[in-house]
Ligand binder design. Structure first.
Ligand SMILES: [Cu+2]
Length: 600
C-alpha cells in the first residue's frame, strides 16, 4: 500500500490523530476508579478499545489522576530496547508524562492495582500495519517476539479485562464474544496480520460458556464475594458485596452502601462472632464495616491509601489492614477489635503490601511487598520485623500469601514472575521456588501439564493439604500439593480468575471458592473429592451465578455489570486453623470434629 493511502486509512480509522501535527500527537489517559477503562483514553475509544491510544514516534503520553486514591504509572511491557523505558512513578494522585519514540506496543499499568491497563501503539507511518515491534520486554526482564503466544495472550487479556462488553455473562445464553480492534498489525519478522484473525485463530471466539452447576454436596454457612465491578443506581463508584447461601446456593443479599459511595469493595474478613463484615475500599482510603445479617452500615474508617486486604489476629481479634498505596514503611494499620478505631500503624520495613496472611496463633504476619519484590515476616511476640525475604526479581510483583495451618511455611505468589516463593516462617529461609509456567512454551503456547500465569490469591486449605491459586493470565485454578510442594493440577477458571478462599463442606472437608473479575460466577472446587488427602484429583463441582434474583435483599438497584468483578471472598464461618476454634457454639455445631480442630 502506498504511504498516502495508509495515512488516509489511519486518519479514517483513528480520527483525532492528525499526522504531522506535533500538537495532537498525544494520548491522555485518565486514571479512574473504573470499572474496565481504568486508563481511559480522554479522546475516546480507538477502534472500540477505550484504554488504547495510537500515535507516531514522539507521541506524548500523559497520565491524569481522576481517582479517589493513588496509583503508579508504570511500563508493564514495551518494545525491546525502547527509549525512555522502563518508566515508573511513585504512588500518586497527580499527573505524569512520558514521550515514546521507538515504534511498537507499550502497555502501562498500576503496580498497586495491576489490572488497570492502558496500551499505546507507536506506529511508524512508513510501514504497513500498526507496528507492534519485533520483541516486547516485560518489566521483569522477559523478552519474547510479538508473534509469540505469550505476547498475544497478554494482548488478549488486555482487551478482555479493560472492556466490560468482553466479560463473560453467565446470565445470557449467547456465546461469549470478545471484540478486538479490527486493525492490521505488523509483528515480528515484519509480518502484517489482522489482529482479530490471529487472536481468534489462537484462542477461539464466540465460545459456548460452561453450564451453571449446583454442587451436589452443601457447604456450611454462606459465601461473601466482592462483586467489585457491579454498578448501582444511587452511587457513582462501582462495587457491591454479594452473599451466597452455601446450602441453597441462592444469592441472598447485595450490599452497595450508596449513601457512603462505597468504592470498589475488594476484600473482607469478619469478627470472632461472625457478625460484622469488614471490607476494604481498594480505590479509596477506607475500611468499611456493616452488619452481616442486615447489610446495615456500622462505620467507615479512614485507614490510608488503597487498603487492600484485612484479616483478624486470632488471639486478640484486632484487625490488620494492608495499605497497598502507602509510600512509607508504616504500611499495615492495626485496629481495635470490632474495628473500634485505629490503634497504630505498623512499620513492616517496606511500603505497599497487598494480600498479607496472619499466623494460626496470632504471633505472625507475612506480607507480599509489591514495590520491592520481597516479603516481610513480622513477629508480634517481639513486635518487630523478623526478616525481609526477596521473592525473585525486583519486579517479581509479589501480590499474595498463603500459609500452612501450623504457620510452619508460607507461599508468596509473584504476579509478574508467575512463581511461588516457599519460605520457612521461623527463619525466613527460601525453601523452594515453584514455576507456574514450567509446562508452558511461551513461544508456541504448547501446554504439557498443569499451568498457571499471573497468579493472584493463594490460600492454603485449613487442613493444610493443598494451596489453591487463581491465575488471571491463563484463567486457571492451580493446585499445589503442600507435602511435595509441586504443582499437581490446574482447572479451568472463568474469565479474569482472581480470588480464592476456603469454606467448610458439610460433613467434612473443604471447598475452595473462586471468584473471577471478568465473569459473574462463583466457582466451587472440591479439593479432595475422595477424601484421601491427595489434592491432585481436585475438581470444579459448582458454578453459581452471582446476579440478583427477585428474592435477593438489596439496598440499591443494579445498573450494569451484574454480578461481575469478583475479587475478595469471605466464607462464613471462617474455618482456618486458629479462627475456627473461636467460633460461637451454633457455628461449631455445623462442623465436624475434624473441621473444628483441623490439625488433630
Ligand atoms: Cu492503582
Amino acid at each position: 500500500m502506498r504511504m498516502i493511502e495508509y495515512v488516509l486509512i489511519l486518519v479514517f480509522v483513528f480520527p483525532g490523530l492528525a499526522l504531522g501535527d506535533k500538537g495532537s500527537n498525544r494520548t491522555v489517559f485518565e486514571l479512574n476508579d473504573g470499572p474496565g477503562r481504568w486508563f481511559r483514553n480522554a479522546a475516546g475509544p480507538v477502534a472500540g478499545a477505550g484504554s488504547l491510544g495510537v500515535g507516531t514516534p514522539g507521541v506524548e503520553v500523559r497520565f491524569k489522576g481522576e481517582s479517589n486514591t493513588v496509583h503508579t504509572m508504570t511500563s508493564l511491557l514495551y518494545p525491546a530496547g525502547a527509549a525512555n523505558m522502563p518508566f515508573d512513578t511513585d504512588p500518586q494522585k497527580g499527573s505524569a508524562e512520558v514521550e515514546l519514540t521507538t515504534p511498537g506496543l507499550y502497555v502501562f499499568f498500576c503496580q498497586i492495582h495491576p489490572y488497570m491497563l492502558g496500551a499505546v501503539v507507536v506506529d511508524d507511518p512508513t510501514t504497513e500495519g500498526l507496528d507492534l515491534g519485533e520483541n516486547i520486554t516485560l518489566i521483569n526482564g522477559i523478552t519474547v517476539p510479538t508473534s509469540s503466544d505469550l505476547a498475544t495472550r497478554l494482548l488478549r487479556g488486555f482487551f478482555i479485562l479493560t472492556e466490560p462488553a468482553n466479560w463473560q455473562n453467565f446470565a445470557s445464553t449467547e456465546p461469549w464474544h470478545v471484540s478486538y480492534p479490527n486493525v492490521n498489525v505488523r509483528i515480528a519478522g515484519g509480518a502484517v496480520v489482522n489482529l482479530p484473525q490471529v487472536l481468534n485463530a489462537r484462542y477461539g471466539n464466540d465460545t459456548e460458556l460452561p453450564a451453571l452447576l449446583t454442587p451436589s454436596r452443601e457447604g456450611v454457612g454462606e459465601v461473601w464475594v466482592d462483586t467489585q465491578f457491579e454498578t448501582t443506581a444511587d452511587k457513582e463508584k462501582p462495587g457491591t458485596a454479594t452473599a451466597v447461601d452455601a446450602t441453597t446456593w441462592e444469592v441472598t443479599r447485595k450490599v452497595s452502601l450508596p449513601h457512603i459511595e462505597m468504592n470498589n469493595p475488594h476484600n473482607m474478613w469478619t469478627d470472632r462472632d461472625q457478625n460484622l463484615i469488614y471490607v476494604t475500599e481498594w480505590f479509596d482510603s477506607k475500611l468499611t464495616l456493616f452488619e452481616r445479617e442486615t447489610g446495615q452500615l456500622i462505620d467507615r474508617i479512614t485507614v490510608g491509601e488503597a487498603p487492600a486486604h484485612v484479616m483478624t489476629r486470632v488471639d486478640t481479634d484486632q484487625l490488620h489492614v494492608s495499605l497497598n498505596g502507602s509510600d512509607d514503611q508504616e504500611s499495615v494499620v492495626e485496629l481495635a477489635p470490632l474495628a473500634n478505631g485505629v490503634e497504630r500503624e505498623i512499620d513492616i520495613g517496606r511500603p505497599g503490601p497487598h494480600a498479607h496472611w496472619m499466623g494460626h496463633d496470632g504471633m505472625t504476619m507475612v506480607t507480599p511487598n509489591v514495590f520491592t519484590g520481597d516479603s516481610t515476616i513480622y513477629d508480634f511476640w517481639r513486635d518487630e520485623v523478623l526478616e525481609i525475604v526477596p521473592t525473585g526479581t525486583l519486579e517479581a510483583h509479589p501480590i499474595a500469601t498463603g500459609m500452612m495451618p501450623d504457620s510452619s511455611k508460607y507461599y508468596v505468589a509473584n504476579f509478574l514472575d508467575s512463581t511461588f516463593t516457599l519460605i520457612e516462617t521461623q527463619t525466613g529461609e527460601v525453601l523452594k521456588t515453584i514455576n507456574l509456567l514450567q509446562n508452558y512454551n511461551p513461544l508456541t503456547g504448547e501446554i504439557t501439564g498443569p499451568v498457571g500465569g499471573l497468579p493472584i490469591q493463594t490460600p492454603v486449605s485449613p487442613d493444610g493439604i493443598a494451596m489453591v491459586t487463581a491465575n488471571i493470565l491463563t484463567d486457571t485454578i492451580t493446585i499445589v500439593d503442600t507435602r511435595k510442594d509441586e504443582l499437581v493440577a490446574s482447572l479451568p477458571c472463568d474469565a479474569g480468575c482472581h480470588g480464592v478462599q476456603f469454606g467448610a463442606k458439610k460433613g467434612g472437608g473443604y471447598y475452595a471458592y473462586i471468584s473471577s473479575q471478568a465473569a459473574n460466577t462463583l466457582q466451587v472446587v472440591d479439593i479432595d473429592p475422595n477424601g484421601d488427602e491427595d489434592p491432585s484429583d481436585a475438581k470444579v463441582v459448582g458454578r453459581i451465578l452471582l446476579t440478583a434474583t427477585p428474592e435477593t435483599a438489596m439496598d440499591d438497584t443494579i445498573t450494569a455489570n451484574p454480578g461481575m468483578g469478583g475479587q475478595g471472598l469471605l466464607p462464613i464461618p471462617v474455618v482456618y486453623n486458629g479462627w475456627v476454634q473461636n467460633l460461637p457454639q451454633p457455628w461449631k455445631e455445623q462442623l465436624t470434629p475434624k473441621q473444628r480442630d483441623p490439625l488433630h
